[in-house]
Design a protein around this ligand. Structure first.
Ligand SMILES: C[S@@+](CC[C@H](N)C(=O)[O-])C[C@H]1O[C@@H](n2cnc3c(N)ncnc32)[C@H](O)[C@@H]1O
Length: 469
């Protein structure tokens, strides 16, 4: 029987789903963050549950060949990234293995997953930064949440962020020093709560999230930002809620342009503070290029871009299709997508629909199947994956190709299981089926390293209808 605070020396057997090492003690799986398979490590048990436990890594006694020194000074404290201690080539192998394991364990799909496509920049690749600002007993802090907590680990820079991260943090510190009070989570009091920034085509879109519906010392912040950033837009977002949701509904522009236009692959893309954009420009372009190739060119095909964000991919897909339909639930992103279509002279080939995919897609895919020679669908859902009604509608309408872009191997496995007939619902429960020839089969699968030095991976999949159908 494992006891909290007991110390052991163990050998790590394999990786857990969240990238931690897993050892077995008395038949109980013990999850040890930062430990690697085959390593001998000293651990302290920090949490014991009925069938598993968590251990804290105290010392690496015999290191894995895959281990390296993490370069960030706060790597083991902060929850921003979690794989810096693994050699980069090994990270790519682990990510491919994670995708293959999820598909096999969750959906019973056995498929060879090729090596994850590397990112040229292992560091300094993120174009989006989100920093909590807090008032604590130790004073005001800006940084990242320690994983699984709301303790802010103070930082001056972050190596996976673009270089402007350092200058922005300095600017926020000067703004705070000008007399702005920071949010105290315990008392649910204090003005400045978060700073969110994103670089789009050389312009920095900065949002300060505040708890009172007013601006404070904003000219001072604008002045300090001007010293470091030649081009920026500044928004104040009012969010009085005490929960984990970062943005409130209202964005007030206090400096710069409302929308930032960026040119990518010959398409001008207007972005606002709320529009979703992939965090890694290099890998985004590589994935979109591949999506275009997978969908192919057919003047008689209608393409549905489900979960379409600001509509950039929709516009790319429209180039080679009869018509492209974007479905996105955030109104601001849909407005951007409409502007994108008109700025690029492709409005007549694009319809952007503001709504939830689960409500819009079922009727749309049926209607388009009647009206067009063929239909292809791109799915790019958030981490939780697709609503089952979306998947059932696809199984019903049977579009020719389905391209799935996923940032979560677990929800990807579940959704592919349903689309390939390997999983079926028995009441509310998903069960593995014995069906060998489902409606769709995986024709192409490729992970991309959108998030180097973290446990996360982006996976691109092409599903094709089986020939005999
Ligand atoms: C992973 S992003 C993909 C965005 C876009 N395809 C891109 O590459 O920039 C997922 C998008 O789905 C939107 N979204 C989330 N749930 C949705 C739903 N149920 N229906 C429609 N859109 C949704 C989000 O607002 C977000 O823009």
């Amino acid at each position: 029987m494992l006891e909290k605070n007991a110390e052991y020396q163990v050998t790590i057997d394999n990786f857990g789903a969240n990238g931690e090492g897993v050892a077995h003690l008395d038949g109980v799986a013990v999850f040890v963050p930062y430990a690697l398979p085959a390593e001998k490590v000293k651990i302290k048990i920090v949490k014991v549950k009925s069938s598993f436990a968590f251990g804290k890594l105290l010392e690496v006694v015999v290191p894995s060949e895959s281990r390296r020194e993490a370069v960030c000074p706060v790597f083991y404290k902060c929850g921003g990234c979690n794989a810096q201690h693994i050699k980069y080539g090994e990270q790519l192998k682990i990510k491919s293995q994670t995708v293959a394991d999820c598909l096999r364990k969750i959906a019973g799909i056995d498929v060879t997953v090729p090596l994850t496509v590397p990112c040229e920049n292992e560091y300094r690749y993120r174009n989006k930064l989100q920093l909590p600002v807090r008032h604590t007993a130790k004073g005001n802090v800006i940084g990242f949440f320690r994983e699984g907590t709301h303790d802010v680990v103070p930082i001056d820079d972050c190596l996976i962020q673009k270089k402007w991260c350092f200058s922005l943090i300095q600017a926020v510190k000067l703004y705070i020093e000008s007399g702005v009070d920071c949010y105290d989570e315990e008392k649910n009091k204090g003005y400045l709560k978060h700073v969110v920034a994103r670089e789009v085509g050389g312009n920095l879109i900065v949002v300060i999230v505040v708890t009172e519906n007013k601006v404070k010392n904003i000219d001072c912040f604008i002045d300090v930002l001007k010293r470091s950033f030649p081009s920026f837009s500044l928004f104040v977002n009012y969010n009085p809620r005490g929960d984990n949701v970062v943005f409130g509904k209202e964005f007030r522009l206090v400096y710069g342009e409302e929308k930032t236009v960026v040119a990518v692959n010959g398409i001008n893309m207007p972005m606002g503070p709320e529009s979703f954009m992939q965090v890694n420009d290099e890998m985004r372009d590589a994935i979109y290029e591949r999506v275009e190739k997978l969908i192919g060119s057919n003047g008689g095909t209608a393409v549905i871009d489900a979960y379409s964000g600001a509509g950039f991919l929709t516009a790319l897909l429209a180039k080679n299709a009869a018509h492209a339909y974007g479905i996105e639930c955030v109104k601001e992103a849909v407005d951007c997508a409409d502007k994108l279509a008109s700025d690029n002279g492709v409005s007549d080939k694009i319809t952007n629909i503001c709504g939830k995919c689960e409500e819009v897609l079922p009727d749309l895919v049926k209607k388009l199947s009647r009206e067009f020679e063929s239909v292809s669908v791109v799915l790019d859902p958030p981490r939780k994956g697709c609503d089952s009604s979306v998947l059932f509608a696809l199984l019903d309408a049977k579009p020719q190709k389905i391209v799935y872009i996923s940032c979560n191997p677990s929800s990807l496995a579940r959704d592919l299981g349903i689309l390939t007939g390997k999983l079926f619902y028995y009441g509310n429960e998903l069960k593995k089926s014995q069906i060998v020839n489902g409606e769709y089969e995986i024709d192409f699968i490729q992970p991309f390293d959108m998030f180097p030095n973290t446990k996360h991976v982006e996976t691109l999949v092409l599903l094709k209808r089986r020939i005999e159908n």
